[in-house]
Design a protein around this ligand. Sequence first.
Ligand SMILES: Nc1ncnc2c1ncn2[C@@H]1O[C@H](COP(=O)(O)OP(=O)(O)O)[C@@H](O)[C@H]1O
Ligand SMILES: [Mg+2]
Length: 213
Amino acid sequence: MIVAVAGQKGGAGKTTVAVNVAAEGLARGLRVLLVDADPQGSARTWAAVGEEGGYPVPTVVVGDASMHTTLPTRAKSFDLVVVDTPPRAGDVQRAAIIVANVTVIPCGPSGVDAWALATTSDVLAQARAVKPKLRAAVVITKQRPRTLVGRTAREVCEGAGFQVLRTELTDRVAYIEAMNAGRGIGVYAPRDPGAEEVRAMFDELITLAGGKV
Ligand SMILES: Nc1ncnc2c1ncn2[C@@H]1O[C@H](COP(=O)(O)OP(=O)(O)O)[C@@H](O)[C@H]1O
Ligand SMILES: [Mg+2]
């Protein structure tokens, strides 16, 4: 399974989703390849920090605009490939979406977060021209439960024409702490509700990708 984490909004939670999906794969005993296609290198740094701490980390490689041709061969030695992308609509995001079995688009709960999805729609449309049956869904991140913005986030994303995962990732310090520690929230804070959110998101992504890892 190749999962692309895409979307044009910086700070939406792409890298957080990417590293947690990768870490959840590791926790399930999968061979995981993490492709860091963002020149900023946050996913790479996360893995380096984890490795320094002596924790299991995925294999990490850099990704670029030719991923859609190079990655399928490389992916053969792994059960799960996760691609983190830069916050720019362009060749790199398009390559990631084209090569993926499923694309997940993190989106915060505010209006400005959801408005940025318009650009993402355009990138998905370009990718669909190459791969008509691509699967993509928004995951709402930094959710504030029991708030009005929290309730409207889903409606706004669905109104923009996106499938939205049932699982929402809430705004939790444990996500930030786990990232800082180079770990996934599931191993860093197994009893934090965020750990269950990541497991549920992972299960939904497998289903969306057609039920196989
Ligand atoms: N669910 C969450 N709860 C709390 N903080 C979060 C959550 N998701 C992301 N963050 C924080 O928001 C910031 C941006 O997230 P990041 O994953 O780097 O976004 P992107 O890769 O889209 O730029 C980071 O400081 C990250 O720790
Ligand atoms: Mg990032």
